[in-house]
Design a protein around this ligand. Structure first.
Ligand code: FAQ
Length: 318
């Protein structure tokens, strides 16, 4: 057995023993690369994910709604920053990751390429998109890479607030006037299928899953998580008296889970290839924000240089 194979085997045993991998530990190069891919895509999703909701900050229907939405959107920015930091612990360069997002090379979640035409879309995003994000991220609190797992614990707490914020908006609309109830139903119709796509391709068509499950980066498969989300969300829709837009949705007594209709995978692959309804708009908005933030980065660098020069001078004087 070569030394490399021996180390790989030891690494697998370490992970199988439910131990956390930390930045200074030896790890297979493919493990490091997979994590950088997943964590950076996750960070980009949080950052781009601010855009569909930010669209409604100035038009929120009350001060209370505006404050809650503002806090939620700020939380997403924070999640992006923890995640870029987690990727940096794997020796990824933050500038490279951001350049890849801005040039369109890097992926981010398909869900953020859909428009938010009404206030009800903000309710549906909190309820469904954050609900799906939580289902996926609760599992990631137990991921094998320590810094990612720890970031997820804090992120999940905030996502729970986001989900409740969205569900409360839906509850208000669903119990409101016929027009408000229709707005809520239309938003559910728009966001249901894209939310199911967030979990990624079916297990059969998920090229990364097998190895990621073996290394305990992923602890549950895409289909398992999607089903958990459906089982949890259907009763919530019933409570709102809204209809899930899937005529094939049916409780399966044997599996103790819902059977659901076919997901439009052509739509999913089109969106992740950049051909969704809002991909161009999202990338233009991110590039504009990045350019407009150049002066902040320059000021922060100038401040850091000044601090460093002061430290060196003090060292010289001592
Ligand atoms: N969109 O082999 P798999 C949020 C790609 S955060 C775009 O199954 P994997 C918070 C995948 O990257 C939402 N691309 O891949 C919020 C791969 O491409 P690659 C984001 C997708 O990694 C709420 C290829 O397809 N959450 O919502 C998608 O094993 C509200 C093959 O797929 C995370 O990122 C997709 N939906 O499993 C913010 C969680 N699905 O790289 C604002 C962490 C798959 O080979 C407002 N990530 N792809 O070229 C994960 O758990 C995993 O990466 C999966 C995909 C489950 C997303």
């Amino acid at each position: 057995m070569t030394k490399e194979m021996d180390m790989m085997e030891q690494f697998q045993q370490y992970v199988d023993g439910e131990n956390k991998v930390e930045p200074k530990h030896w790890m297979p190069e493919a493990y490091r690369k997979t994590l950088i891919r997943q964590i950076s895509q996750h960070a980009h999703s949080e950052v781009v994910g601010m855009l569909p909701e930010a669209n409604w900050i100035t038009r929120a229907p009350s001060l209370r709604r505006k404050v809650a939405l503002l806090a939620k959107v700020q939380d997403e920015a924070g999640h992006g920053l923890y995640l870029y930091s987690a990727a940096e612990t794997l020796a990824a360069d933050r500038k490279d990751m951001i350049d890849d997002l801005l040039s369109g090379k890097a992926k981010y979640s398909s869900i953020f390429n859909y428009p938010t035409p009404t206030w009800a879309d903000i309710g549906a995003i909190g309820w469904l998109v954050d609900g799906a994000a939580i289902a996926n991220q609760v599992m990631l609190c137990r991921t094998s890479y320590g810094p990612y797992a720890r970031a997820m614990v804090k992120i999940c707490k905030e996502e729970s607030f986001h989900q409740r914020q969205g569900y409360e908006i839906m509850m208000t609309l669903a119990k409101g006037s016929p027009e408000q109830k229709k707005m809520a139903q239309d938003a559910l119709n728009r966001w249901w299928w894209p939310s199911l796509m967030m979990f990624g391709p079916t297990d059969e068509h998920s090229p990364n899953s097998a190895q990621s499950m073996k290394w305990k980066i992923k602890r549950k498969s895409n289909d398992e998580l999607r089903e958990e989300f459906i089982d949890k969300t259907v009763p919530q829709a019933e409570y709102l008296n809204l209809t899930i837009p899937d005529k094939d949705l049916k409780w399966n007594e044997d599996r103790q889970s819902y059977d659901h209709g076919e997901i439009d995978w052509d739509e999913f692959y089109n969106v992740i290839k950049g051909r969704g309804k809002c991909n161009k708009q999202r990338m233009a908005a991110r590039n504009k924000a990045h350019e407009e933030g150049a002066w902040v980065r320059e000021a922060a660098n100038a401040y850091a240089e000044k601090q460093e020069a002061r430290k060196q001078k003090q060292k010289g004087a001592a």
